[in-house]
Ligand binder design. Structure first.
Ligand code: 5GP
Length: 194
């Protein structure tokens, strides 16, 4: 290896509907970035692809991986398990990439507590009203699910703001602008020109 490649970790969180997934997907197109595909026990949504959006695992398998220490972090969210696979992230960092983790607050908090170095970014929607509107428009969740997610979002947002897990808060009022801000925070050069 060149010794110049500086692998590092980027942690992106934000309420469901904040637009963090869109921001991460855009970043993932950059060859300097490795996007960590998490494992989860939640059911696949229409349009989601195994190995692209998540590794969809039965709970038993998830628990087995967790007990073997295969997760860098894992958390329970809305009754389901979500976890970051350790090896691909460590390999990517070793290869000099920016490993990007899109995870919720508890997982990010755990990484911080474990002393895992990185840039921790929280994506904020312009308001709770906008968040609710975006969640409804997405049309992938039931009314009950939307209510639960809004409740979690409100709590996460308040906790994120009052805690010291995140280094930066990025307001997603405009996807492209917010994406550029995140790129700069992660030390990624501006794309374009080709
Ligand atoms: P969703 O069900 O909407 O895909 O994800 C629910 C929440 O779980 C989101 O906030 C998402 O960022 C988070 N999440 C996804 N993968 C992981 C993971 O590996 N670990 C943790 N802690 N959270 C995750």
């Amino acid at each position: 290896m060149s010794g110049e490649a500086k692998g590092r970790l980027g942690v992106i969180s934000g309420p469901s509907g904040s637009g963090k997934t869109s921001i991460c997907r855009a970043l993932a197109r950059d060859p300097q970035v490795f996007f960590s595909v998490s494992a989860t026990t939640r059911p696949k949504r229409p349009g989601e692809v195994e190995g692209v959006d998540y590794w969809f695992l039965p709970e038993e398998e998830f628990r087995a991986k967790a007990s073997r220490g295969e997760f860098l972090e894992w958390a329970q969210y809305n009754g389901r398990f979500y976890g970051t696979l350790r090896k691909p992230v460590e390999d990517a960092i070793g290869a000099g990439k920016v490993a990007l983790l899109e995870i919720e607050l508890q997982g990010a908090t755990r990484l911080r507590e474990d002393g895992v170095e990185g840039t921790y970014i929280f994506i904020e929607p312009p308001s709770m009203e906008v968040l609710e509107e975006r969640l409804r428009k997405r049309g992938t969740e039931t009314e009950e699910e939307i209510r639960k997610r809004l409740e979690i979002a409100r709590r996460e947002w308040t906790q994120a703001r009052s805690g010291d897990v995140y280094d930066h808060f990025v307001r997603n009022d405009d996807l492209e602008r917010a994406g550029r801000e995140v790129r700069a925070l992660l030390g990624l050069e501006e794309e374009g020109g080709s």
